[in-house]
Design a binder for this molecule. Sequence first.
Ligand code: FAD
Length: 323
Amino acid sequence: MSVLIYIENTDGQLKKSAFEVATYGKDIASQLGTEAIAISIGDIATEELSKLGAYGISKVLHITNSDLSTFVNQAYASIITAAAKQENASVVVLSNTFSGKGLAPRIATKLEAGLVVGATSAPTVSGASFEIKKSAFSNKAIATVVFDSPLKVISINPNSYPAKNTGGSASIENFTAPIGSNDFSTLVKDIIRATDKVSLPEAEIVVSAGRGMKGPENWTMIEELAEVLGAATACSKPVSDAGWRPHSEHVGQTGIVVSPNLYIAIGISGAIQHLAGVSSSKTIVVINKDPEAPFFKVADYGIVGDAFTIVPKLIEALKAYKG
Ligand code: FAD
């Protein structure tokens, strides 16, 4: 028996969520008294994969070829399923990222396993009972799910489980999987990176702005604040609908769900549909000129005032603080 963990990389570098999911899988393996094994797909150096040993991974399976250098949902799902079978995994763990969201249901179907998407904490294992908490109803509730299947697939939300470096080393093994043309009915030919900025779902700090900014020309100060803080930028839905910002920045019920350590909301009213995507942020700071704005009800810190006065002062103060 083992726990198999799918590890993601970007351009050959392990993603931040890779260390979180490794720690998460290792903690499950410890509860089950078994081994945590990782699978990595695509071009990545052995030295980079070795870093996973410090996060409790004992062995990393690695598979790469030219067709696998970009993410292909079907093929990746077949490979992870084959690895789970080879390693006799009772639990497969993924990060609930864009690719994890596509992979988890496919793998669960292939393995005829139970599936929990968007876990928020480690499961409680006691004898045959395997219980896990997950976010539900757009983060408005936490559901407790009891697995009733011998095989389990779990995806964990990025930023919800801290990575723990406990030392240790991992062996790296080449892996081959029986994938064929059926696994490549769609093929990603090329990926053109639109931005080098911090990825929104994984960002530890998010600077987000809404219709209160009046127009796209006023985002210069939002981007500047984000840059000073090393943050990702986000926006409310009407802002992306109006074309002020790209849809990839839209957070909320119909957009991306984020749970950063710090979420700064500027000129956003705090409608329920917006809060659905941001309420699991660890600390929320709201800047709004309306003291009755609903966002203040969920804020840890609130500043009532005009964003056009406050944000430049904040940037100035942060720059002075950083020297
Ligand atoms: P507004 O509601 O117009 O609020 C602007 C805020 O800026 C106000 O609070 C105002 O006081 C403040 N402000 C104005 N000027 C200043 C200033 N100078 N300084 C400081 N503050 C200022 N919305 C999302 O964001 N994400 C979603 O995923 C989403 N999904 C939806 C799904 C459905 C089915 C529906 C019906 C709606 C959805 N919405 C979503 C829309 C949502 O209901 C709100 O309309 C939207 O979030 C409001 O965006 P806003 O706060 O930017 O704009």
